[in-house]
Structures are given as C-alpha cells and as structure tokens.
Design a protein around this ligand. Structure first.
Ligand SMILES: CC1=C(/C=C/C(C)=C/C=C/C(C)=C/C=O)C(C)(C)CCC1
Ligand SMILES: [Fe+2]
Length: 349
C-alpha cells in the first residue's frame, strides 16, 4: 500500500494536529526551559507522570491492541481475533517475563532496544500520516528516522543524566537481585561519549539526506516538522531529568500520537474529527481501553506479590511497574508492526 493511503487530510488532520501534536510540542518546549535555567526537582515529584501513566494515556494506549488488529485490517472484531491477540500477549509476554527472572540484565537491555524501535516506529507513522513527510522516500531513510526518534528518549538521557538513568536501571533489575556492577560498562564516560557522538552523527545524516530529498528543500513543511521535532527532543532530553522527561514523553508524545492513530480506525470518531470535535474520539477510546487497562492493573497488583524482592519505596514500585510495561511492550510492538505493514509505513510508494 502506498503512502497516500496513510496520509490524513482535511479537517480531520487539522483537528488532530491541533490537539495531539501542537500542544505537545509546546508542553515539551516549555518544560525544558526551567531545567535549562538550572531548576532541580525532587525525585519523588519526577515520578508523577509515570505514576499517572498507569491510568491515563500511557498504559491505556496499548489496551486497545485487541481491537486495533481487526480494525486496521478492516475486519469485524470477532472472538477469534480477540483470542489471537490474547494468545500473542500471553505467549510473548509470558516468555519475556520468564526472561526477567532468568537474565534480568539481558531483559533490561532488550527493553531499551524494544522501546527504542517502538517509539521510533510510532514517530515515523506520525510523520507520514500527519506531517506530509515526503522527504522520507525510502525504507532505509524511514528506518534511520525511526532509529533517531527512538534514540532520543532511550539514549539521550543516558548522555546527560547517567546517574539517574542508572538508578532507574537498578530499580528495575534490582527486583530480580542484580548487583550494580552488572550494568557498569553502560555508564562509563567512554561508552557514553562514543554513543553520543555516533547518535549525533546519525541524527545529522538522517536529516541531511531528508533535506536533499525534500520536494521543496528548506521550505519543505514535512522536513521542517521532522527537523524541528528532532531538535526539540534533543534539547528536551538533554535538559530534563530522565524520570520526568520519559514519563512526560511517554504520556504526551508517544501515547497521544498512538491514540490519534487508533481513533482514525473508529468511524464515529472520524465523523467527530471532521466536525472539529474530539469528544466522540475520546469517548470511544476510553470505552475501548478501559477493560484491559483494568486487567493490566490487576496484573500489576499480582506482580507486586510475585517478585523475589517486594518493593518498599515509590522508586521500587515504579521499577516494578516498568517491568510490567516491558512485558506488555513486546507483544504491543508486534501489534503495531502489523498495523505498520497493513498501512504501508515501511513500503514507500
Ligand atoms: C524512566 C527511565 C526509563 C523508562 C522507560 C520507559 C518508561 C519505557 C516505556 C516503554 C513503553 C511503554 C513502550 C510502549 O509504548 C528507562 C529507559 C528504563 C531507564 C531510564 C529512566
Ligand atoms: Fe506504544
């Protein structure tokens, strides 16, 4: 399928840009400012967006996967379709959960890698669907853009705030009895310097090739959005401490964009968007996401009793929540990859 099938146009697009993209750019820009001026915020407070993500935007954005698969294929939501997605979650999620008990360090690194790829793929979709990213002509360019977009939240915080990054890494793996030394090489100056230089070069190369291919050169709207967002997120993740930055980005940036993608598959929601109204879209999403958000919460509660070392602090509890997110993210990525395939994200026209 071609890109033109993917591009959202007209009033629907104006409504989504005005509600899911523009305010989020502003929020990220504004949040970076006080940190650039040297503000520091207590760690407990920084955990607030991640805590909120349990019920708002974050966790719910994946709780519609069972409906997204049949909907994106244009098929009815049958019991069989639901069982298929359920089996995917049970199987892949179950295996990966076992992996956290057997090899937590490896499981942690896999989590970073999966999230990197997944947050990257989400942004590539948004660029193509909502930003006229005609400069992303080839599959290789799109893959490079995904690598850049995913690396912004996963890698840049490691460059600017290694201490806090390491702390969260320990909170995650610590539930499974991992010593600090096991992750030490990741936080060395040499490692971070090499990763930072490599990633800056990748960012510059992806944008330079994009500019070269952009139909209107420097004036190209799609390229400008791409370059502007990339610069904004570089700044944001360099300035804002990781716990806060990733929490805000997860809820406002990634989840909002994915929800925008989902509501486009809901005919009632699209009718509303065409009239400039978000209400039917939000109502529909809340209705669709509520049941499995509740199930995930029950898992989180069960998980609390299951792990070898029960969490005693907010940080440890968030660490546990992140493991749940990790386990849910693997099958979620498979679902979104399937959406990508049906919608032609990786097959340029
Ligand atoms: C805060 C923080 C982390 C949190 C990562 C999160 C919250 C990942 C979520 C992934 C999801 C939900 C993907 C699906 O959409 C790291 C990188 C582990 C360590 C550094 C600090
Ligand atoms: Fe997601």
């Amino acid at each position: 399928m071609a890109v033109r099938d993917l591009t959202v146009a007209g009033r629907v697009r104006t409504t989504l840009t005005g509600s899911a993209l523009a305010p989020v750019w502003v929020a990220h820009g504004l949040l970076a400012l006080p940190f650039l001026a040297g503000l520091s915020v207590p760690l407990e407070l920084q955990y607030a967006p991640l805590a909120v993500s349990v019920v708002l935007l974050g966790l719910p954005h994946g709780a519609v996967d069972h409906l997204a698969v049949p909907r994106v294929r244009g098929r009815p939501v049958t019991t069989r379709a639901l069982l298929g997605v359920g089996a995917l979650y049970g199987l892949l999620g179950g295996l990966y959960l076992a992996g956290w008990f057997l090899a937590p360090v490896l499981a942690f690194l896999l989590f970073i890698a999966i999230t990197w790829a997944h947050w990257g793929q989400g942004d590539v979709y948004a660029l193509l669907a909502l930003a006229d990213a005609d400069h992303l002509r080839t599959r290789l360019q799109r893959a490079a853009t995904a690598a850049v977009r995913g690396g912004l939240p996963m890698l840049v915080p490691l460059l600017s705030y290694p201490g806090q990054y390491r702390r969260v890494a320990r909170a995650l793996t610590g539930r499974f009895g991992v010593g600090a030394a096991d992750l030490a090489p990741l936080f060395r100056v040499e490692t971070r310097l090499a990763l930072g230089v490599g990633f800056a070069l990748l960012t510059a190369a992806a944008l330079a090739v994009g500019l070269h291919r952009a139909p209107d050169g420097f004036g190209d709207r799609g390229w400008r959005v791409d370059a502007g967002e990339t610069a904004l997120l570089w700044l944001f993740f360099l300035a804002v401490p990781p716990v806060l930055a990733i929490g805000v980005y997860f809820c406002l940036w990634h989840s909002t964009r994915h929800i925008a993608r989902l509501v486009l598959l809901d005919p009632d929601a699209v009718v509303g968007l065409r009239d400039g109204s978000l209400a039917p879209a939000l109502r529909g999403f809340a209705r669709d996401a509520a049941p499995l958000t509740a199930v995930s919460l029950a898992f989180l509660a069960g998980f609390y009793y299951l792990v070898p070392v029960r969490p005693a602090t907010v940080e440890a509890a968030v660490g546990l929540y992140l493991v749940l997110i990790a386990v849910l993210t693997l099958p979620h990525v498979v679902v979104v990859a399937l959406m990508d395939r049906v919608q032609g994200v990786w097959s340029p026209a």
